[in-house]
Ligand binder design. Sequence first.
Ligand code: ATP
Ligand code: LTN
Length: 327
Amino acid sequence: MKKRVFSGIQPTGNIHIGNYLSAIKHWVASQPEYDNIFCIVDLHAITVPQDPKVLKAKSLELAALLFAAGIDPQQSVLFVQSHISAHSELAWILNCFIPMGWMQRMTQFKEKAGTQREQVSVGLFDYPALMAADILLYNTDEVPVGEDQKQHVELARDVAQRFNSLYGETFVVPRAVIPPSGARIMGLDDPTSKMSKSETNAGHAINLLDSPDEIRSKVMRATTDSLREIRFDENRPGVNNLLTIYEHFSGLSQSEIEAKFDGKGYADLKRELAEVIVEGLRPLQSRYRELTADPTHLNSLLSEGVSKIRPIAEKTLRLVQDRVGLG
Ligand code: ATP
Ligand code: LTN
């Protein structure tokens, strides 16, 4: 029996090479080994204001991108969260078993709400309950997340254990898996802050759907320093970031890369880097175009995924309803 792994990604902003190198690539590589469920979390996205048309388009775009990146519908399931109503239904029930105190400890809410605590939605506060529902519906063993999501997975564990101790074994107790911190890709405009989907500055991120010319122009404008030597050095964040991206796209080792650029200038590095990224993204972009040219096919891939896993979600929900005395 393969381990069940559940991951979620928000359909907001543009997916960038940081998301790709550190998360999506690993998801793709892990498919033969794990029983993976990938979820596009549109219900989480509406915890902050969204334009309805944009949200719908972004959910489909993300689905196409993930299939194009190599998520294989024969091996894994990729679906849109709102297509399975059990997520919302279980989230409500879990809400009734999560003490306020647990929620009030969530650091992401404190950061996101900031000084707007009285204005942000209850949904933003309740985000972890929905995330717990996502995870617990599918008897998930492992949840690969970044450090920032670990506390939410802990809450899912806690509520699963609490429910199990009140009503008997109901949920599999999941655990967070933090992937080895390989690629932490920084912003091209500011190499001291991580490349982020929500940063809107034009030169900040290389998005997976950027055209070759956009990629070249962003790379050529990337912040470096006034030194000359091309070396992996964490104290020189700009050059280090460009070299790290080069390392991931070229597959060369750090010493091979340093040897290759020995005696060359930043302009040479940037030119070569832009080309490896353009070439690296080319197959993904062309699969993306094929998939989006045929929306019926894309939608049918998503609905095949849903039909595979809806019975699992509904079985869990029915068991929970029964335990609590509903239905
Ligand atoms: P935002 O910055 O708007 O919160 P994000 O770019 O961090 O968004 P998420 O949806 O939170 O994107 O994360 C998706 C995955 O990509 C997570 O596994 C996260 O750890 C990873 N990731 C995000 N940014 C980077 C980055 N700059 N370098 C490496 N990995 C990243
Ligand atoms: N909160 C996560 C996205 C997410 C998720 C999940 C991740 C929603 N539901 C379930 C893992 C398991 C994020 O912002 N990256």
